[in-house]
Design a protein around this ligand. Structure first.
Ligand code: ZN
Length: 409
């Protein structure tokens, strides 16, 4: 049993043109014209293949191949069709296309499975509005609090919901009864260099890193940079510089396997001739273990305080968000491994450093992920690429694992 690779290839080409600007990349941020066009194309393609379609009250879009068995549970497959502002053709999209191709291949083969299989395109994975909004909604774990201070701003969220004919009440009511779900399998590009470097065909994801993020603000005194002697300055930039280096040293010496990043740094007032009175930075750290994530976050906050003390500054460390690290499901991993073996493809287990819809679904159903290699590890940019051979391998593994899980879960 193999997928129809020519059909999948044609889909990948067609979808990859929707929102693509040469030299810039893919622009399919949530509810943009290109995003809506991609979603419409997805449902149309599903219907043309004789599949049922479904849009829930969180605007998750699905193609459905129902089981003939009454009361059958649903095995979910899929990912997301939205992208970052200047993204690539594969992130999320490949997972949705492979899921759709699995449904069509099962249907074409006339296989009667004891489970309904559903290819789902989750709303707003990338966070134009909230981040993994559709998957949160599907688990029923969204709360008014989650929507109170969303990533893209509250006003923007409300305006976009309104424009799309969606409501907060609808988002909060989109939860599915977990008893109707059997599992979720997400195929995704690795977005890192490991599989290519190791020359391994597929990655079976063991766990997804959690992260904690902070806004750190150092406050000193803005003074004339020509007249204030070096030893009398309270330079907020020095606190920030000291912390940037200390974050790296702390992780590398004390938290092997973890990562941390300072992704934004602003000095105020911001002039050649003024000693910075304020330095604001955005800091995040990631770990595969919940307790370790707390210890790492505490260590970095303590480091911020000692950097402040070292340079005679005040500091405020404000937590922004926290994602719990999660392990994927053992049955799903085993099915993916069996599929790789049966197809003669090499595989390795590896953690995911990036967050995904599967991270959210873990709380309600058996969830797992399979990675295909990312050329040079590049993602979230126009150079994002996965070889055609790797795409087909991934689709075939997803197909086989789906049939296996539909019969065994
Ligand atoms: Zn993605």
């Amino acid at each position: 049993l193999l997928v129809n690779s020519e059909r999948l290839r044609a889909d990948l080409q067609t979808l990859g043109e929707i929102g693509w600007t040469p030299g810039v990349g893919l622009g399919r941020t949530t509810f943009s014209d290109a995003h809506l066009a991609a979603r419409a194309w997805f449902l149309e393609t599903a219907r043309a293949a004789g599949l049922q379609t479904l849009i829930d009250s969180a605007a998750n879009h699905s193609a459905v191949l129902p089981s003939g068995e009454p009361g059958a549970r649903t095995l979910l497959l899929g990912s997301h069709l939205d992208s970052v502002a200047q993204g690539g053709r594969y992130d999320g999209a490949l997972g949705v296309l492979c899921a759709l191709e699995v449904l069509r291949s099962v249907k074409d083969a006339g296989l009667e499975l004891p489970m309904t299989i559903e290819a789902i395109d989750f709303t707003d994975e990338e966070g134009t509005l909230v981040g993994t909004l559709g998957s949160w909604a599907l688990t029923g774990a969204l709360t008014p609090d989650t929507l109170a201070a969303p990533r893209g701003g509250r006003e923007h969220l409300l305006a976009e919901l309104d424009r799309m004919g969606l409501t907060e009440a609808g988002l909060l009511a989109a939860g599915r009864d977990p008893a109707t779900l059997a599992g979720f399998v997400e195929l995704h590009i690795e977005q890192g260099p490991v599989l290519e470097r190791e020359s391994v065909d597929l990655g079976i994801v063991t766990a997804i890193r959690g992260n904690a993020s902070f806004d750190v603000t150092f406050t000193g005194e803005a003074r004339h940079a020509g007249t204030t002697p070096m030893d009398l300055r309270r330079d907020a930039g020095l606190g920030a510089a000291s912390l940037v280096l200390a974050v790296r040293h702390t992780v590398m010496r004390e938290f092997p396997g973890c990562v941390a990043n300072v992704g934004e740094l602003h000095l105020r007032p911001g002039a050649y001739n003024v000693v910075p009175g304020q330095a604001r930075m955005r800091l995040e750290c990631r770990s595969l273990d919940d307790a370790e994530l707390d210890r790492l976050a505490d260590a970095l906050a303590a480091q911020a305080r000692s950097s402040a003390a070292e340079w005679d500054l005040e500091v405020e460390v404000a937590p922004v968000g926290r994602w719990t690290p999660v392990a994927t499901d053992g049955e799903v991993r085993a099915a993916l491994r069996r599929a790789c073996e049966a197809l003669g493809l090499s595989s390795m287990e590896l953690p995911s450093g990036a967050g995904h819809d599967a991270q959210v679904l873990v709380s309600v159903t058996r969830s797992g992920m399979v990675f295909v290699p990312s050329h040079h590890g590049i993602s979230h940019g126009p150079a994002e690429h996965t070889t055609w051979n790797d795409c087909v391998n991934g689709a075939n593994v997803l197909l086989r694992a789906t049939v296996d899980l539909a019969r065994s879960l």
